[in-house]
Write a protein that binds this ligand. Structure first.
Ligand code: UN1
Length: 501
């Protein structure tokens, strides 16, 4: 499969190749070029937006149920191709095969959710204060949606956005991350094969600062859906704010945490912490960068946790039994190692430091193993507040539940949080006092399902979640008042007839 792929863009139903190309490499074996793909231009982005704009009127007039039926076909095609999609995803993103498969299934779940909601009520019928009037609330599509997606979930996250956007009658320009163009193209091919009309889904490939930026700025784009880093998301929000009509749904970084309470079951806490911190090599938006542990359990927790961490296998994603794969690129390697050093400078007590992995073929890829340290909570400690996006984990001791809340909230992010406790009053207090979008109890802080809202607060997001809740971002609500009387009667007691002199 290596060296054979030459990527294309899809604009108005036509596959386009040529122009400047970029290389796509396997992060587990960086010498391996998977293929090349177009370095799209701002003009390509504009053509894709125009195609989406032109396709919009016919698509929004298509019955919602007919639109939903195309997703039934799409679901069949994804099911047919699960193995191929998972393999492509693993090779391109470095995610282990088991997780890549789970991600394809997560994307499929979004498609199935969309099929199921197509026949659900979409509006409300409301009473008027005038008996002869009926009031209705309905949703209308906003228009053209730019779908700008990350490399860490390059199949599921695009579907979280494309699914609700298209079902509601919007047309889309899909811009995959430049790290994962191939899985983006395979997904787009499936939309074409399922029979989505030309121009309804367009694929724009290339660099974020060129194509992504052009999409976010384009006046004919009505909504920008974005998942990725805080810096890019905040740029998109500022650019979009320059136009009057454009809205954004942004899901950005995090410093998510697991809170291990005084009464926690230790085995469960250790497993939850392990999955939260190191699955996907710590490269989920929701990955935990912090485990807050009650001092009473600290010693035992650290012992059991490090024992488990030292047994984890970070390996080529196709290795049976691998726990996690490589980091996505060299820049990530440098960033993670820089934060590991910073923790030492900040006088962390290092409990485990696997460092750069250089044996068993790992020297050929972007492999960095777990780094675990204990750090006391205090002001100005950067590593317990800033996002690292890798296998870099702080264990922070606490004494009281109130202190745990303070520590949890003392970061500018607010995405995901798990509480490990047997006490429902305690859980409820954390539920209400912490700032986050996705909360868990006796679970890791990863692993959300598509029929829930997915998004965060503070620097993690603008409160316009993806997945099922995206419907609120890609539609606007209209009200409609219908009069069944033969005369006009006004609400609020206003006189409706001609005034007598
Ligand atoms: C992400 O973190 O970038 O909740 C997406 C989860 C997955 C999606 C994560 N369902 O862990």
């Amino acid at each position: 499969m290596a060296n054979t792929w030459t990527g294309r863009q899809l604009i108005d139903g036509r596959w386009l190749d040529g122009g400047a190309m970029l290389e796509n490499r396997n992060p587990a074996k960086i010498a391996e070029v998977i293929g090349t793909f177009p370095r799209g231009t701002a003009d390509d982005a504009a053509s894709a937006v125009l195609a989406a704009r032109n396709a919009f009127p016919a698509w929004r007039r298509t019955s919602r149920i007919k639109r939903g039926e195309l997703f039934i076909k799409l679901a069949e095609l994804i099911r047919r191709d699960v193995a191929k999609l998972a393999e492509t995803l693993s090779r391109e993103s470095g995610k282990i095969l088991d997780e890549a498969r789970a991600e394809v299934i997560e994307g499929l779940h979004m498609v199935e959710y969309v099929c199921g909601t197509a026949r659900q009520p979409t509006g409300e019928c409301v009473d008027s204060e005038i008996a002869g009037k009926d009031l209705y609330v309905r949703r209308k599509p906003r228009g053209v949606v730019a779908v700008i997606t990350p490399w860490n979930f390059p199949f599921a996250v695009p579907l979280w956005m494309l699914g609700p956007s298209l079902l509601e009658g919007n047309t889309c320009v899909f811009k995959p991350s430049e790290e994962t163009p191939q899985i983006g193209e395979l997904l787009t091919e499936l939309f074409v094969e399922a029979g989505f009309p030309a121009g309804v889904v367009n694929l724009a490939q290339g660099l974020g600062e060129e194509v992504g930026d052009a999409l976010a700025r384009h006046e004919e784009v009505d909504v920008v859906c974005f998942t990725g880093s805080y810096d890019v998301g905040s740029h998109i929000r500022r650019v979009a704010a320059e136009s009057d009509h454009k809205t954004c749904a942004c899901e950005m970084g995090s410093k998510s945490a697991v809170i291990v309470c005084e009464d926690a079951r230790l085995d469960l806490a250790v497993n939850a912490a392990l999955l939260s911190a190191f699955k996907t090599t710590g490269q989920r938006c929701v990955s935990a960068g912090r485990i807050l542990v009650h001092r009473k359990l600290l010693h035992q927790f650290e012992h059991d946790f490090i024992e488990r961490v030292s047994a984890l296998n970070f390996a080529d994603p196709f290795t049976p039994g691998a726990f996690a794969g490589p980091l996505i690129n060299q820049a990530s390697v440098e960033k993670v190692l820089k934060y590991n050093d910073l923790a030492k400078q900040e006088k962390a007590h290092v409990l485990f430091d696997a460092g750069r992995l250089t044996v068993g073929g790992r020297e050929a890829g972007n492999f960095v193993g777990p780094f675990v340290y204990r750090q006391e909570y205090g002001p100005n400690v950067r590593t317990i507040r800033e996002e690292v996006f890798g296998p870099h984990l702080a264990i922070i001791p606490f004494e009281t539940d109130e202190e745990a809340v303070t520590i949890y909230n003392d970061t500018r992010y607010g995405l995901s949080m798990a509480v490990i406790t047997e006490n429902y009053r305690r859980w409820r207090m954390f539920r209400d006092e912490c700032d986050y979008g996705m909360g868990y109890v006796n679970l890791p802080c990863i692993g959300a399902e598509v029929h829930l809202p997915f998004g965060g607060v503070k620097k993690s997001g603008n409160g316009q979640p993806s997945a099922a809740a995206l419907v609120d971002s890609v539609t606007h609500k209209i009200s409609f008042t219908v009069n069944h009387d033969l005369e006009i009667k006004m609400a609020q007691g206003m006189t409706a007839g001609a005034q007598q002199k």
